[in-house]
Write a protein that binds this ligand. Sequence first.
Ligand SMILES: [Zn+2]
Length: 514
Amino acid sequence: MNPIEDIVNQFKEVRLEADLKALPEDIRGALPYIRQAMDLVTRIFLKQQNEHLPEHYDAVMKGDDELRKRFYDLFKGPWNQLTDFKSEYPDMNNRSAGCAFYPESWANAKIRKTVENMSGPEKEAAMDNYTVLRDEDGALEAIPYHVYYAEELGEIFDLLEKAADMVEHEGLSSYLINKAEALVSGTYRESDAEWVRLTDSPIDLVIGPYEVYADALLGVKATYESMLMVVDREKGDALKEIESNLDKLAAVFPVPAGSKAAVGGMAPIVVVDQIYSGGEAAQGVMAAAFNLPNDAWVRGHVGWKQVMLHNVMKAKFTIGTKEIAKKVMHGGEHVDFGPMFTFVLLHEISHGLGPAYRADGRETAKCIGSSYVAIEETKADTGALYLILKLGGQYGIGKYDSAVMLKTYLAGLFRSMRFGVHEAHGKSNVIQFNWLKEHGVISKDGDRFAIKADDIEKVAEELLVKVCTIEAAASEEEAEEFLREYGTPGEDILLALEGLRDIPTDIKPVFPEF
Ligand SMILES: [Zn+2]
Protein backbone atom coordinates (compact mmCIF):
# COMPACT_ATOMS: atom_id res chain seq x y z
CA MET A 1 0.00 0.00 0.00
CA ASN A 2 1.04 3.59 -0.50
CA PRO A 3 2.82 4.68 2.72
CA ILE A 4 0.67 7.80 3.02
CA GLU A 5 -2.47 5.74 2.65
CA ASP A 6 -1.12 3.45 5.35
CA ILE A 7 -0.74 6.35 7.77
CA VAL A 8 -4.11 7.92 7.01
CA ASN A 9 -5.87 4.57 7.37
CA GLN A 10 -4.56 4.26 10.92
CA PHE A 11 -7.34 6.68 11.80
CA LYS A 12 -10.67 4.96 11.46
CA GLU A 13 -13.65 7.08 10.62
CA VAL A 14 -16.23 6.87 13.37
CA ARG A 15 -19.50 8.75 13.55
CA LEU A 16 -19.69 10.53 16.92
CA GLU A 17 -23.22 10.73 18.26
CA ALA A 18 -24.68 13.45 20.48
CA ASP A 19 -28.19 14.39 21.47
CA LEU A 20 -28.46 17.69 19.60
CA LYS A 21 -32.25 17.57 19.46
CA ALA A 22 -32.41 17.90 23.22
CA LEU A 23 -30.74 21.33 23.03
CA PRO A 24 -32.90 24.45 23.32
CA GLU A 25 -33.71 26.13 20.00
CA ASP A 26 -31.71 29.29 20.77
CA ILE A 27 -28.55 27.34 21.48
CA ARG A 28 -28.95 25.25 18.35
CA GLY A 29 -29.23 28.50 16.41
CA ALA A 30 -25.93 29.73 17.86
CA LEU A 31 -23.92 26.60 17.04
CA PRO A 32 -23.08 27.49 13.39
CA TYR A 33 -21.51 30.80 14.52
CA ILE A 34 -19.44 28.98 17.09
CA ARG A 35 -18.35 26.47 14.46
CA GLN A 36 -17.17 29.30 12.18
CA ALA A 37 -15.20 30.80 15.05
CA MET A 38 -13.61 27.38 15.63
CA ASP A 39 -12.56 27.14 11.98
CA LEU A 40 -10.74 30.44 12.43
CA VAL A 41 -8.99 28.96 15.46
CA THR A 42 -7.74 26.27 13.09
CA ARG A 43 -6.38 28.99 10.79
CA ILE A 44 -4.42 30.52 13.67
CA PHE A 45 -3.12 27.09 14.63
CA LEU A 46 -1.85 26.48 11.08
CA LYS A 47 0.02 29.77 11.28
CA GLN A 48 1.42 28.86 14.69
CA GLN A 49 2.93 25.68 13.30
CA ASN A 50 4.52 27.46 10.35
CA GLU A 51 3.98 30.98 9.05
CA HIS A 52 3.65 29.74 5.48
CA LEU A 53 1.34 26.85 6.25
CA PRO A 54 -2.08 28.52 5.75
CA GLU A 55 -1.24 29.41 2.15
CA HIS A 56 0.30 26.03 1.42
CA TYR A 57 -2.62 24.24 3.10
CA ASP A 58 -5.11 26.04 0.87
CA ALA A 59 -3.11 25.21 -2.24
CA VAL A 60 -3.12 21.52 -1.35
CA MET A 61 -6.84 21.57 -0.60
CA LYS A 62 -7.51 23.18 -3.99
CA GLY A 63 -5.36 20.58 -5.76
CA ASP A 64 -6.33 17.11 -6.92
CA ASP A 65 -4.10 14.90 -4.74
CA GLU A 66 -6.95 13.36 -2.76
CA LEU A 67 -4.65 11.40 -0.48
CA ARG A 68 -2.61 14.49 0.37
CA LYS A 69 -5.85 16.32 1.18
CA ARG A 70 -6.88 13.55 3.54
CA PHE A 71 -3.46 13.65 5.20
CA TYR A 72 -3.53 17.43 5.63
CA ASP A 73 -7.09 17.37 6.90
CA LEU A 74 -6.16 14.73 9.46
CA PHE A 75 -2.87 16.22 10.71
CA LYS A 76 -3.43 19.88 9.85
CA GLY A 77 -0.26 19.98 7.79
CA PRO A 78 2.32 17.76 6.07
CA TRP A 79 3.73 16.38 9.35
CA ASN A 80 3.00 13.01 10.85
CA GLN A 81 1.97 13.46 14.47
CA LEU A 82 2.79 9.80 15.14
CA THR A 83 6.48 10.28 14.26
CA ASP A 84 7.09 13.50 16.15
CA PHE A 85 5.96 15.69 13.25
CA LYS A 86 8.32 14.46 10.59
CA SER A 87 7.32 15.53 7.12
CA GLU A 88 5.86 12.78 4.96
CA TYR A 89 6.37 14.92 1.86
CA PRO A 90 9.80 15.43 0.28
CA ASP A 91 8.92 18.98 -0.71
CA MET A 92 8.30 19.97 2.92
CA ASN A 93 10.69 20.14 5.91
CA ASN A 94 9.89 18.55 9.28
CA ARG A 95 7.93 20.71 11.69
CA SER A 96 10.42 22.95 13.45
CA ALA A 97 11.00 22.24 17.17
CA GLY A 98 9.84 25.73 18.05
CA CYS A 99 7.10 25.75 15.41
CA ALA A 100 6.55 29.40 14.42
CA PHE A 101 6.70 30.70 17.99
CA TYR A 102 10.29 31.85 17.45
CA PRO A 103 12.09 33.67 14.62
CA GLU A 104 12.36 31.40 11.60
CA SER A 105 15.89 32.59 10.77
CA TRP A 106 17.35 31.93 14.23
CA ALA A 107 19.04 28.67 15.16
CA ASN A 108 17.51 26.85 18.14
CA ALA A 109 20.69 27.17 20.20
CA LYS A 110 20.78 30.91 19.63
CA ILE A 111 17.15 31.29 20.73
CA ARG A 112 17.78 29.23 23.87
CA LYS A 113 20.94 31.10 24.74
CA THR A 114 19.40 34.53 24.15
CA VAL A 115 16.37 33.80 26.33
CA GLU A 116 18.58 32.21 29.00
CA ASN A 117 20.65 35.37 29.22
CA MET A 118 17.61 37.61 29.64
CA SER A 119 16.31 38.75 33.01
CA GLY A 120 13.45 40.66 34.60
CA PRO A 121 10.38 41.67 32.58
CA GLU A 122 12.19 41.01 29.31
CA LYS A 123 12.66 37.36 30.21
CA GLU A 124 9.13 37.13 31.54
CA ALA A 125 7.73 38.36 28.22
CA ALA A 126 9.94 35.93 26.30
CA MET A 127 8.86 32.99 28.45
CA ASP A 128 5.20 34.04 28.47
CA ASN A 129 2.77 31.37 27.24
CA TYR A 130 1.01 33.88 25.00
CA THR A 131 3.72 35.71 23.07
CA VAL A 132 5.54 35.00 19.84
CA LEU A 133 9.20 36.02 19.61
CA ARG A 134 10.38 37.84 16.54
CA ASP A 135 13.65 39.30 15.31
CA GLU A 136 13.72 43.04 15.81
CA ASP A 137 17.03 44.45 14.52
CA GLY A 138 18.90 41.38 15.72
CA ALA A 139 17.21 41.27 19.13
CA LEU A 140 14.28 39.14 20.30
CA GLU A 141 11.01 40.98 20.55
CA ALA A 142 8.00 39.45 22.34
CA ILE A 143 4.67 40.18 20.65
CA PRO A 144 1.47 39.17 22.47
CA TYR A 145 -0.78 36.70 20.65
CA HIS A 146 -3.75 39.08 20.69
CA VAL A 147 -1.68 41.60 18.75
CA TYR A 148 0.02 39.12 16.43
CA TYR A 149 -3.18 37.26 15.47
CA ALA A 150 -5.45 40.32 15.77
CA GLU A 151 -7.07 39.85 12.37
CA GLU A 152 -8.40 36.33 12.97
CA LEU A 153 -9.22 37.09 16.59
CA GLY A 154 -11.31 40.09 15.53
CA GLU A 155 -13.44 37.83 13.34
CA ILE A 156 -13.71 35.28 16.12
CA PHE A 157 -14.88 38.04 18.42
CA ASP A 158 -17.71 38.99 16.06
CA LEU A 159 -18.89 35.40 15.70
CA LEU A 160 -18.85 34.68 19.43
CA GLU A 161 -20.65 37.94 20.08
CA LYS A 162 -23.39 36.88 17.66
CA ALA A 163 -23.66 33.52 19.40
CA ALA A 164 -23.79 35.21 22.80
CA ASP A 165 -26.62 37.47 21.62
CA MET A 166 -28.71 34.49 20.52
CA VAL A 167 -28.26 32.40 23.63
CA GLU A 168 -30.77 32.80 26.46
CA HIS A 169 -28.84 30.84 29.09
CA GLU A 170 -27.36 33.68 31.12
CA GLY A 171 -24.18 31.95 32.25
CA LEU A 172 -23.39 30.67 28.77
CA SER A 173 -24.14 33.98 27.09
CA SER A 174 -21.94 35.85 29.55
CA TYR A 175 -19.14 33.32 29.13
CA LEU A 176 -19.24 33.60 25.33
CA ILE A 177 -18.95 37.36 25.33
CA ASN A 178 -16.28 37.46 28.02
CA LYS A 179 -14.30 34.80 26.21
CA ALA A 180 -14.54 36.83 22.99
CA GLU A 181 -13.19 39.85 24.87
CA ALA A 182 -10.44 37.80 26.47
CA LEU A 183 -9.21 36.60 23.10
CA VAL A 184 -8.90 40.08 21.63
CA SER A 185 -7.44 41.66 24.77
CA GLY A 186 -5.06 38.88 25.79
CA THR A 187 -6.38 38.77 29.36
CA TYR A 188 -7.55 35.22 29.78
CA ARG A 189 -7.85 34.65 33.50
CA GLU A 190 -11.32 36.01 34.16
CA SER A 191 -13.02 34.15 31.32
CA ASP A 192 -11.12 30.97 32.20
CA ALA A 193 -12.39 31.30 35.76
CA GLU A 194 -15.90 31.83 34.40
CA TRP A 195 -15.50 28.68 32.31
CA VAL A 196 -14.55 26.66 35.39
CA ARG A 197 -17.70 27.89 37.15
CA LEU A 198 -19.96 27.27 34.15
CA THR A 199 -21.33 23.80 34.89
CA ASP A 200 -25.09 24.11 34.29
CA SER A 201 -25.00 25.03 30.60
CA PRO A 202 -26.42 22.59 27.99
CA ILE A 203 -23.27 23.03 25.88
CA ASP A 204 -19.64 23.64 26.70
CA LEU A 205 -16.97 25.40 24.66
CA VAL A 206 -13.22 25.65 25.01
CA ILE A 207 -11.61 28.22 22.75
CA GLY A 208 -8.22 29.91 23.03
CA PRO A 209 -4.51 29.27 23.54
CA TYR A 210 -3.96 26.47 26.06
CA GLU A 211 -1.56 23.55 25.71
CA VAL A 212 2.20 23.90 25.25
CA TYR A 213 2.85 20.44 23.77
CA ALA A 214 3.80 21.82 20.35
CA ASP A 215 6.67 23.93 21.69
CA ALA A 216 9.57 21.47 21.73
CA LEU A 217 12.08 24.31 22.01
CA LEU A 218 11.30 26.08 25.30
CA GLY A 219 8.10 24.22 26.21
CA VAL A 220 6.15 27.38 27.06
CA LYS A 221 4.20 28.60 24.03
CA ALA A 222 0.50 27.74 23.94
CA THR A 223 -1.32 26.68 20.80
CA TYR A 224 -4.87 27.71 19.95
CA GLU A 225 -7.48 25.01 20.19
CA SER A 226 -11.22 24.66 20.43
CA MET A 227 -13.76 22.02 21.41
CA LEU A 228 -17.54 22.22 21.26
CA MET A 229 -19.50 19.78 23.38
CA VAL A 230 -23.02 18.82 24.43
CA VAL A 231 -23.22 18.31 28.19
CA ASP A 232 -24.64 15.04 29.55
CA ARG A 233 -26.02 16.09 32.95
CA GLU A 234 -27.15 12.65 33.98
CA LYS A 235 -23.72 11.05 33.55
CA GLY A 236 -22.11 14.04 35.23
CA ASP A 237 -24.37 13.81 38.27
CA ALA A 238 -23.22 10.23 38.80
CA LEU A 239 -19.71 11.56 39.49
CA LYS A 240 -20.72 14.09 42.14
CA GLU A 241 -19.52 11.85 44.97
CA ILE A 242 -15.95 11.80 43.62
CA GLU A 243 -16.11 15.53 43.13
CA SER A 244 -17.06 16.13 46.74
CA ASN A 245 -14.28 13.87 48.02
CA LEU A 246 -11.34 15.40 46.16
CA ASP A 247 -9.57 16.16 49.44
CA LYS A 248 -9.51 12.44 50.24
CA LEU A 249 -8.00 11.72 46.83
CA ALA A 250 -5.47 14.52 47.24
CA ALA A 251 -4.38 13.05 50.58
CA VAL A 252 -2.88 9.95 48.96
CA PHE A 253 -0.54 12.03 46.78
CA PRO A 254 2.92 12.62 48.21
CA VAL A 255 3.81 16.30 48.32
CA PRO A 256 7.46 16.28 49.46
CA ALA A 257 8.41 18.74 52.20
CA GLY A 258 8.80 22.30 51.00
CA SER A 259 6.87 21.88 47.74
CA LYS A 260 3.25 22.93 47.48
CA ALA A 261 0.18 21.43 45.84
CA ALA A 262 -2.15 23.55 43.71
CA VAL A 263 -5.32 22.55 45.53
CA GLY A 264 -7.65 25.00 47.18
CA GLY A 265 -10.05 25.72 44.36
CA MET A 266 -13.04 23.97 42.84
CA ALA A 267 -12.67 21.11 40.38
CA PRO A 268 -16.04 20.28 38.83
CA ILE A 269 -16.30 17.22 36.59
CA VAL A 270 -18.53 17.34 33.51
CA VAL A 271 -19.35 14.53 31.10
CA VAL A 272 -19.89 15.62 27.50
CA ASP A 273 -20.24 14.44 23.92
CA GLN A 274 -17.97 16.31 21.54
CA ILE A 275 -19.59 17.73 18.40
CA TYR A 276 -16.77 19.77 16.77
CA SER A 277 -13.12 20.66 17.12
CA GLY A 278 -10.72 23.35 15.94
CA GLY A 279 -7.02 24.21 16.11
CA GLU A 280 -4.72 21.77 17.81
CA ALA A 281 -7.72 19.79 19.09
CA ALA A 282 -8.56 18.97 15.47
CA GLN A 283 -5.09 17.54 14.78
CA GLY A 284 -4.72 13.76 14.59
CA VAL A 285 -5.13 11.95 17.88
CA MET A 286 -8.20 13.11 19.80
CA ALA A 287 -8.28 13.82 23.53
CA ALA A 288 -10.56 11.50 25.52
CA ALA A 289 -10.65 13.93 28.40
CA PHE A 290 -9.00 17.15 29.47
CA ASN A 291 -8.48 19.38 32.42
CA LEU A 292 -8.20 23.13 31.97
CA PRO A 293 -7.11 25.86 32.34
CA ASN A 294 -3.38 25.38 32.86
CA ASP A 295 -2.83 28.88 34.23
CA ALA A 296 -1.44 28.47 37.75
CA TRP A 297 -3.18 31.59 39.04
CA VAL A 298 -6.65 30.41 37.98
CA ARG A 299 -5.94 26.92 39.29
CA GLY A 300 -4.79 28.29 42.63
CA HIS A 301 -7.49 30.93 43.08
CA VAL A 302 -10.53 29.42 41.41
CA GLY A 303 -9.76 25.85 40.34
CA TRP A 304 -10.12 23.87 37.15
CA LYS A 305 -12.73 21.89 35.27
CA GLN A 306 -12.40 18.26 34.26
CA VAL A 307 -14.12 17.31 31.07
CA MET A 308 -14.79 13.71 30.06
CA LEU A 309 -15.49 13.26 26.34
CA HIS A 310 -17.79 10.26 26.56
CA ASN A 311 -18.53 9.66 22.87
CA VAL A 312 -14.86 9.98 21.95
CA MET A 313 -13.72 7.66 24.72
CA LYS A 314 -16.29 5.02 23.88
CA ALA A 315 -15.22 5.04 20.22
CA LYS A 316 -11.55 4.71 21.21
CA PHE A 317 -12.36 1.80 23.49
CA THR A 318 -14.31 -0.03 20.81
CA ILE A 319 -11.89 0.31 17.91
CA GLY A 320 -8.66 0.40 19.97
CA THR A 321 -8.42 -0.89 23.53
CA LYS A 322 -10.57 -3.97 22.96
CA GLU A 323 -8.65 -5.10 19.90
CA ILE A 324 -5.22 -4.33 21.37
CA ALA A 325 -5.99 -6.30 24.53
CA LYS A 326 -6.67 -9.43 22.50
CA LYS A 327 -3.30 -9.16 20.77
CA VAL A 328 -1.02 -8.29 23.70
CA MET A 329 -2.46 -10.56 26.42
CA HIS A 330 -3.88 -14.02 26.82
CA GLY A 331 -7.47 -13.58 28.00
CA GLY A 332 -7.43 -10.08 26.56
CA GLU A 333 -11.13 -10.25 25.75
CA HIS A 334 -11.75 -9.53 29.44
CA VAL A 335 -11.43 -5.76 29.30
CA ASP A 336 -14.20 -3.29 30.04
CA PHE A 337 -15.22 0.29 29.31
CA GLY A 338 -16.07 0.99 32.99
CA PRO A 339 -12.49 0.78 34.29
CA MET A 340 -11.21 2.69 31.24
CA PHE A 341 -13.64 5.55 31.90
CA THR A 342 -12.72 5.65 35.60
CA PHE A 343 -9.03 5.48 34.80
CA VAL A 344 -9.26 8.42 32.40
CA LEU A 345 -11.34 10.36 34.93
CA LEU A 346 -8.79 9.77 37.69
CA HIS A 347 -5.98 10.65 35.28
CA GLU A 348 -7.54 14.07 34.81
CA ILE A 349 -8.11 14.47 38.54
CA SER A 350 -4.51 13.45 39.23
CA HIS A 351 -3.23 16.28 37.02
CA GLY A 352 -4.58 18.61 39.69
CA LEU A 353 -2.94 16.77 42.58
CA GLY A 354 0.64 16.49 43.81
CA PRO A 355 3.36 19.17 43.81
CA ALA A 356 2.76 22.24 41.64
CA TYR A 357 5.29 24.61 43.21
CA ARG A 358 8.86 24.17 44.39
CA ALA A 359 9.98 25.18 47.86
CA ASP A 360 11.13 28.54 46.44
CA GLY A 361 7.60 29.19 45.17
CA ARG A 362 8.43 28.76 41.49
CA GLU A 363 6.11 26.77 39.27
CA THR A 364 7.20 23.19 38.80
CA ALA A 365 6.15 23.15 35.15
CA LYS A 366 8.31 26.13 34.22
CA CYS A 367 11.38 24.84 36.07
CA ILE A 368 11.43 21.39 34.49
CA GLY A 369 11.16 22.69 30.94
CA SER A 370 10.56 20.47 27.93
CA SER A 371 10.69 17.18 29.92
CA TYR A 372 7.81 18.35 32.08
CA VAL A 373 4.91 17.02 30.02
CA ALA A 374 6.22 13.43 29.99
CA ILE A 375 6.81 13.57 33.77
CA GLU A 376 3.40 15.14 34.42
CA GLU A 377 1.61 12.58 32.23
CA THR A 378 3.38 9.79 34.11
CA LYS A 379 2.17 11.32 37.37
CA ALA A 380 -1.41 11.54 36.11
CA ASP A 381 -1.49 7.94 34.86
CA THR A 382 0.27 6.50 37.89
CA GLY A 383 -1.91 8.58 40.20
CA ALA A 384 -5.01 7.19 38.47
CA LEU A 385 -3.79 3.61 38.79
CA TYR A 386 -2.88 4.07 42.43
CA LEU A 387 -6.20 5.75 43.27
CA ILE A 388 -8.23 2.89 41.73
CA LEU A 389 -6.13 0.32 43.57
CA LYS A 390 -6.14 2.08 46.92
CA LEU A 391 -9.55 3.76 47.01
CA GLY A 392 -11.68 1.67 44.60
CA GLY A 393 -15.13 1.19 46.13
CA GLN A 394 -14.86 4.37 48.20
CA TYR A 395 -15.70 8.05 47.57
CA GLY A 396 -17.61 7.25 44.39
CA ILE A 397 -14.66 5.51 42.71
CA GLY A 398 -15.77 2.29 41.02
CA LYS A 399 -14.61 -1.06 42.37
CA TYR A 400 -13.61 -3.40 39.57
CA ASP A 401 -12.49 -6.97 39.24
CA SER A 402 -8.74 -6.48 39.55
CA ALA A 403 -7.84 -8.76 36.62
CA VAL A 404 -10.24 -6.91 34.30
CA MET A 405 -9.03 -3.53 35.55
CA LEU A 406 -5.34 -4.36 35.10
CA LYS A 407 -5.88 -5.86 31.65
CA THR A 408 -7.74 -2.74 30.61
CA TYR A 409 -4.87 -0.66 32.04
CA LEU A 410 -2.16 -2.65 30.20
CA ALA A 411 -4.06 -2.49 26.90
CA GLY A 412 -4.35 1.25 27.54
CA LEU A 413 -0.56 1.58 27.86
CA PHE A 414 -0.11 0.10 24.41
CA ARG A 415 -2.97 2.15 23.00
CA SER A 416 -1.23 5.35 24.10
CA MET A 417 2.27 4.22 23.08
CA ARG A 418 0.98 3.97 19.56
CA PHE A 419 0.58 7.75 19.49
CA GLY A 420 4.38 7.85 19.33
CA VAL A 421 6.81 6.53 21.95
CA HIS A 422 8.93 9.66 21.62
CA GLU A 423 6.05 12.04 22.19
CA ALA A 424 5.38 13.04 25.81
CA HIS A 425 2.15 11.03 26.30
CA GLY A 426 3.54 7.93 24.60
CA LYS A 427 6.77 8.22 26.55
CA SER A 428 4.92 8.33 29.85
CA ASN A 429 3.37 4.97 28.97
CA VAL A 430 6.79 3.53 28.15
CA ILE A 431 7.96 4.73 31.58
CA GLN A 432 5.08 2.96 33.32
CA PHE A 433 5.62 -0.23 31.35
CA ASN A 434 9.37 -0.29 32.04
CA TRP A 435 8.86 0.48 35.73
CA LEU A 436 6.20 -2.22 36.22
CA LYS A 437 8.29 -4.72 34.29
CA GLU A 438 11.43 -3.96 36.29
CA HIS A 439 9.42 -4.55 39.46
CA GLY A 440 7.97 -7.83 38.23
CA VAL A 441 4.35 -6.68 37.80
CA ILE A 442 4.41 -7.03 34.01
CA SER A 443 6.04 -10.15 32.62
CA LYS A 444 6.33 -12.12 29.43
CA ASP A 445 3.60 -14.74 28.93
CA GLY A 446 4.80 -16.74 25.94
CA ASP A 447 4.45 -14.44 22.96
CA ARG A 448 2.34 -12.00 24.98
CA PHE A 449 2.35 -10.11 28.28
CA ALA A 450 0.82 -10.77 31.66
CA ILE A 451 0.09 -8.30 34.44
CA LYS A 452 -0.39 -9.55 37.97
CA ALA A 453 -2.14 -7.98 40.91
CA ASP A 454 0.14 -9.13 43.77
CA ASP A 455 2.51 -6.20 44.35
CA ILE A 456 1.01 -3.67 42.03
CA GLU A 457 -0.31 -1.26 44.65
CA LYS A 458 3.13 -0.97 46.24
CA VAL A 459 4.95 -0.70 42.91
CA ALA A 460 2.53 1.94 41.60
CA GLU A 461 2.93 3.91 44.83
CA GLU A 462 6.73 3.84 44.47
CA LEU A 463 6.50 5.20 40.94
CA LEU A 464 4.08 7.89 42.08
CA VAL A 465 6.48 8.91 44.88
CA LYS A 466 9.33 8.97 42.37
CA VAL A 467 7.62 11.32 39.90
CA CYS A 468 6.20 13.54 42.65
CA THR A 469 9.71 13.83 44.11
CA ILE A 470 11.04 14.86 40.71
CA GLU A 471 8.27 17.43 40.35
CA ALA A 472 8.86 18.79 43.86
CA ALA A 473 12.57 19.30 43.21
CA ALA A 474 11.73 20.48 39.70
CA SER A 475 15.23 20.15 38.37
CA GLU A 476 15.60 19.83 34.64
CA GLU A 477 18.58 17.46 35.00
CA GLU A 478 16.80 15.05 37.32
CA ALA A 479 13.76 14.93 35.05
CA GLU A 480 15.90 14.27 31.99
CA GLU A 481 17.84 11.56 33.75
CA PHE A 482 14.65 9.77 34.73
CA LEU A 483 13.36 9.94 31.15
CA ARG A 484 16.66 8.53 29.90
CA GLU A 485 16.48 5.67 32.36
CA TYR A 486 12.85 4.64 31.89
CA GLY A 487 11.53 6.43 28.81
CA THR A 488 13.19 4.28 26.15
CA PRO A 489 11.11 1.48 24.62
CA GLY A 490 12.77 -1.91 24.73
CA GLU A 491 12.73 -4.62 22.09
CA ASP A 492 9.61 -6.21 23.66
CA ILE A 493 7.59 -3.00 23.40
CA LEU A 494 8.66 -2.32 19.82
CA LEU A 495 7.85 -5.88 18.78
CA ALA A 496 4.42 -5.74 20.42
CA LEU A 497 3.67 -2.41 18.75
CA GLU A 498 4.70 -3.91 15.42
CA GLY A 499 2.08 -6.62 15.99
CA LEU A 500 -0.66 -4.00 16.39
CA ARG A 501 -0.22 -2.51 12.95
CA ASP A 502 -3.57 -3.71 11.67
CA ILE A 503 -5.51 -2.09 14.49
CA PRO A 504 -6.43 1.57 13.92
CA THR A 505 -4.35 3.92 16.09
CA ASP A 506 -7.20 6.31 16.70
CA ILE A 507 -10.48 7.58 15.37
CA LYS A 508 -11.11 10.17 12.69
CA PRO A 509 -14.30 11.78 13.94
CA VAL A 510 -17.31 12.31 11.76
CA PHE A 511 -19.15 14.95 13.74
CA PRO A 512 -22.95 15.24 13.78
CA GLU A 513 -24.42 17.84 11.47
CA PHE A 514 -25.77 21.09 12.85
ZN1 LIG B 1 -2.95 13.98 30.84
